[in-house]
Design a protein. Structure first.
Length: 220
């Protein structure tokens, strides 16, 4: 048997009661916050302005915080690349994003017959276990024309890949270093290409690793 529809007049007392209850709870919460001084540094408008540590996977502050460098290219060492025989070419391009406890950095620089890119993401969402699975899989089965290996003493976990698609007369090498350290995910990419160059796989690997170490040091 169908129930008769409830009229709007019958619902009105319940709506009024619900609204009153909501306002009462909100008033109590506001009073408690006011008495305890709130949960962090706020301006007069009540908006949090201080850096708030932690992320979805982290309850305590991480080692790295956005804003350590104003320009992401300050986290790289261009002089080390020039000492390898690759003069700088053009102006580096950089981008910084800061959103409280998250953020990212990226810098790309061109050199004669080479290029360098450094990227970092704060409060990385990745589970360290997932990073290690990717690391193990890449090392066990690297892509075609690529060698890979673990790097010790660099952050919490790190590995490299070096792609070599050159030939007897031309060099085309790309080294990538991936690092996961506490609340920071970092990547450096160093490419060398051209004719008559004498740069080796080990050269580009060491250069990419050195830049990753520099970034970690300068972002702490």
């Amino acid at each position: 048997m169908d129930r008769p529809p409830v009229s709007s007049g019958n619902r009105l007392p319940w709506v009024i009661a619900a609204v009153c209850a909501t306002l009462l709870v909100a008033t109590v919460v506001f009073a408690v916050v006011a008495l305890t001084g709130g949960g962090g540094s706020t301006n007069t408008a009540g908006t949090t302005t201080a850096y708030q540590p932690g992320g979805p996977l982290r309850e305590k502050p991480g080692r790295y915080q956005p804003g350590k460098v104003a320009n992401s290219c300050e986290a790289l060492d261009f002089s080390a690349i020039e000492k390898m025989g690759f003069p700088a070419k053009g102006k580096p391009v950089h981008e910084e994003r800061n959103a409280g406890n998250t953020g990212s950095l990226e810098c790309s620089a061109d050199f004669e017959n080479a290029s360098l890119t450094g990227q970092a993401a704060y409060e990385a969402q990745d589970d360290p276990g997932i990073f290690d699975e990717l690391k193990a899989g890449t090392i066990a089965t690297p892509p075609a024309n690529t060698t890979a290996g673990a790097i010790s003493g660099l952050g919490g976990s790190a590995y490299f890949t070096v792609e070599d698609i050159g030939n007897a007369t031309s060099t085309y090498l790309t080294a990538v270093v991936e690092v996961f350290d506490e609340n920071l995910r970092l990547r450096t990419t160093f490419k060398v290409s051209g004719l008559g160059l004498h740069t080796t796989r080990e050269d580009v690997r060491k250069a990419a690793e050195a830049q990753a170490r520099t970034m970690l040091d300068r972002l702490r």
